[in-house]
Design a protein around this ligand. Sequence first.
Ligand SMILES: NC(=O)c1ccc[n+]([C@@H]2O[C@H](COP(=O)([O-])OP(=O)(O)OC[C@H]3O[C@@H](n4cnc5c(N)ncnc54)[C@H](OP(=O)(O)O)[C@@H]3O)[C@@H](O)[C@H]2O)c1
Length: 304
Amino acid sequence: MGVDVVGFLGLGNMGIGLASNLQRFLKEQGTDAKFYGKLHIWNRTTAKAAPLQELGASLNPSVADLARVCNICFAMLFDDAALESTFNDYLKTAQTGTVFINCATVDPALASKLAERGRSRSCAFLSSPVFGRPDAAAAQQCLVVASGAAAAMEQVRPLLQAMGRGVIELGADPAAAAAVKLIGNFLVVSQVELLAEALNLGDRSGVPRDVVVSIVEKLFPGAIIPGYAKRLAADAFDMSKDPGFSVTGGLTVVRLMLALGERCGAALPAAKLACGHLEAVEAEGMGGLDLGALALAVRKEAPR
Ligand SMILES: NC(=O)c1ccc[n+]([C@@H]2O[C@H](COP(=O)([O-])OP(=O)(O)OC[C@H]3O[C@@H](n4cnc5c(N)ncnc54)[C@H](OP(=O)(O)O)[C@@H]3O)[C@@H](O)[C@H]2O)c1
C-alpha cells in the first residue's frame, strides 16, 4: 500500500494551528509511516506560510499544484464562497480517489453540494469542523466533529485525531457535522450575547465587572464562558493582541445558523438578537474586532 500525501489549504488564525499539529504528527510517525512526512501547504497570502515552513512543511505555489501531489487535503477557509471556489480549483487537477476534508464552519447544504460534486470526480468530501479558538487550535485542544463516507473517514482518522483533543464521528452524511457545528456555534454566540447583557446590567446597577466575572466563574465553570466573560469585562476585542473570531466572521456564521433554522422551521430568537448587535458593530466599521465586541452594541441599546 502506498504512502498518503497530505495537503492543507488556508493558513488563517485557525488553519495555522491545525496545520502545525498535522505537520508535527507527520514528522513524528514511526518507521511504518502511513503518511508522507511533509505537509503540503497553500495560502492565498503566501507570507503566512513561513511558520509552517519552519516546521518542515512544503509550500505549493497554487491549489492546482498542491492537488497534483496530494491525495488527502484539508481546507480551513473563511467562508462558503472561499471554500467552494478553492474546492473547484482543487478538483481540476485532483488525483482519482482523493479525499478532501473541510474544517471551516459552512452551510450544511454546501457540504452536501460539494460532496455530490466530488463524487462525480471520484473525490470523497468529508466535513470536520472544529470547536475552539485559535489558541486552542495551536495547543491541539480543539474538539473535532466529523462526518462523511466511511472508507475515507477510516483513511484519514489518524489525521483528524492529530488535529485536536478528540473526534466525534457523526456518520456518512457530510452535512451532519456541518449542522452540529452550527448548533454549537449558536450556543456559544448566544452565551456571548447573555454575558454582554449581564455585564451591562452590572455596569448600570453598580455591580463591578470583576464581581460579575467571579459569579460567572462559579456558576459556569470551564474555559469558554468564563473566558468570554473576562474578555468582555476587559473590553479585550483587539484581534492583533489576542486572535479570536472576528465580528464579520461571527456574523457569517450567525447568518448560516439563521438560514438553517429558517429551512427546517426552528425559531432562533437568541441568534437574531446577537445578529442585530453584530450587524450594528460591523456597520460602525469594527468588523475586525473579536466577536465579543457585540457588547459595544448591547451597551448602546435603550431598554425596550
Ligand atoms: N477563529 C475562530 O475562533 C474559529 C473557531 C472555530 C472555527 N472557525 C471557522 O474557521 C474558519 C476560518 O476562520 P479563521 O478565524 O481562521 O479566519 P481567518 O483568520 O480570517 O482566515 C481565513 C482563511 O481563509 C483564506 N481566504 C479567505 N478568503 C479566501 C478566498 N476567497 N480564497 C482563498 N482563500 C481565502 C484566508 O487567506 P488570507 O490569509 O490570504 O486572507 C485565510 O487563510 C471559518 O469558517 C470560521 O467560522 C473559526
